[in-house]
Design a protein around this ligand. Structure first.
Ligand code: FES
Length: 105
């Protein structure tokens, strides 16, 4: 099995964390004790989303926000609900947890 991204408890509730695996940027958000993993690529221009390291959420922590032009995405399904790529979605990534460690599949 490949190396874990992190321990499930390493990401506090309501926060996000960026990772790079074999050159691919991805990020995780924990909301309501669930973890959501997405490729770190805005559907608008294909850039990374965060405004600074590990900061992928809007001020309220309710939506994922692209720092480039402010597109807003639902945390639970990556769907863009506002901004230049409205109607498109972030790419969800499959993962699994083993002994508390989070692995990208
Ligand atoms: S690049 Fe993300 S909203 Fe434009």
């Amino acid at each position: 099995m490949s190396r874990p991204l992190c321990h499930f408890n390493d990401i506090p509730e309501g926060e996000s964390r960026g990772f790079t695996v074999e050159g691919m940027a991805l990020f995780a958000v924990k909301k309501d004790a669930e973890l959501y993993l997405y490729k770190n690529e805005c559907p608008h221009l294909g850039v990374n989303l965060e405004w600074k390291e590990d900061e992928f959420l809007d001020l309220d922590g309710e939506l994922i926000e692209c720092a480039m032009h402010g597109a807003l995405f639902q945390i639970t399904d990556g769907h863009c609900i506002a901004g230049p790529c409205q109607g498109e979605s972030l790419k969800p990534l499959p993962w699994k947890m083993d002994d508390g460690q989070v692995y990208l599949l």
